[in-house]
Design a protein around this ligand. Structure first.
Ligand code: MRU
Length: 347
């Protein structure tokens, strides 16, 4: 089952807020509701929100009442801006929408209905391509995994974070399918708990050995020599190799570096943004503090009722803490500035 797909004129999503308790598919017929679903994290994970935004644009194309091509293009531009602004850190929605709009702008010969169909066709193509890219990444990423590895994994980077198969978790899954005996320490990933909720749910289904750890246990497992690899995804990689990923990735990478444990972000090249010089230029989303404060333990709210909180959703890991970046085009080693540029030129 795919995380996001188009069926009978609507966009269907697995509602990730309800997992692992309930596997519910929700349908959307309006691009504004799609933008809301991305913001509310019905769907999340950089490639998954990219594909969802693409299908959202197709909804906007079919809903547009424009009678001229120029007006249709301006409706698509407006819809695209709404979809991109739903979550600012991941580059993927912007990448998908720019790709579709560029294709549409070049299709001067097509009439209005053919143009609408082209938007859907492109969105579908990008969704299918995501799965193929993830399989390629998994091949490269799994080649770094060996029998006996104990891997710390942060957030959720599996099928649910993409259209299917996943990025870092896809590599781990492929290593398991190759017969390698591995164990995954799953960071629970405060505050939204994508690790406990989603990664554990996926690993359970793949039959991969795992244990959930609280995020602040990672340092212990790295220092004691129990964990020997760190895998995660990314929402955006800057030209110098700095990586934006789920909050907590920086501290995890620091502890790994201090203990000489290799760190591998697994990312599709669509997540690499050479327009941004370094991680300081990547916009970091700050979410509603209630996601931090609405925590209950043994039936009682943990924080005082008057408490205030900060909820930064992503952080930047400087490239010096990263061993290599795995992409569908191969494994990229330092110096990242030079080697990322070469890979993006497809050399
Ligand atoms: O806030 P989320 O759940 O959308 O954050 C997701 C991540 O941080 C993932 O690691 C990232 O999108 C890359 S996984 C394909």
């Amino acid at each position: 089952m795919r995380t996001v797909y188009w069926e009978d004129g609507v966009v269907k999503l697995i509602d990730q807020r309800r997992l692992p308790a309930v596997l519910e598919i929700v349908a959307y017929d309006d691009h504004k509701k799609i933008a809301g679903a991305i913001k509310d994290m019905v769907v999340r994970g950089a490639p998954a929100i990219g594909a969802t935004a693409g299908f959202g644009l197709a909804l906007a194309a079919f809903a547009s009442k424009s009678t001229t091509k120029k007006d249709l293009l301006s409706d698509l531009q407006a819809a695209s801006e709404e979809l991109v602004s739903a979550r600012p850190t991941a580059v993927n929605p912007g990448w998908v929408l720019t790709r579709i709009l560029t294709r549409v702008a070049k299709s001067e010969m097509l009439d209005l209905m053919e143009t609408r169909k082209l938007v859907l066709q492109e969105a579908q193509f990008i969704a299918d391509e995501d799965v193929a890219i993830n399989l390629e990444m998994a091949k490269h990423g799994s080649s770094l995994i060996t029998d006996g590895d104990v891997i710390i994994h942060h957030c959720n980077t599996g099928s649910l974070a993409t259209v299917d198969w996943g990025t870092a978790l896809g590599a781990i899954r492929m290593a398991h399918e190759q017969g390698k005996k591995i164990h995954v320490l799953v960071d629970e990933t405060r505050p939204r708990l994508q690790g406990s909720k989603l990664t554990a749910w996926e690993l359970e289904q793949y039959g991969i050995s795992y244990e959930i750890i609280t995020d602040n246990m990672a340092g212990h497992f790295l220092r004691s020599g129990i964990a020997n690899k760190v895998y995660y995804g990314a929402d955006r990689v800057a030209a110098n190799g700095d990586v934006a990923n789920k909050i907590g990735t920086y501290m995890l990478s620091l502890a790994a570096k201090d203990n000489h444990v290799p760190v591998y972000p697994v990312v599709p090249t669509s997540t690499i943004d050479l327009t941004l010089r370094d991680g300081d230029q990547i916009p970091l989303e700050e979410r509603d503090p209630r996601e931090v404060l609405d925590l209950y333990f043994q039936g009682e709210r943990v924080a005082p009722i008057e408490a205030k909180a900060r909820n930064i959703a992503f952080d930047i890991t400087p490239h010096r803490l990263i061993t290599a970046i795995v992409t569908e085009r191969g494994i990229i080693h330092p110096p990242f500035e030079e080697n990322l540029a070469a890979v993006m030129r497809n050399e």
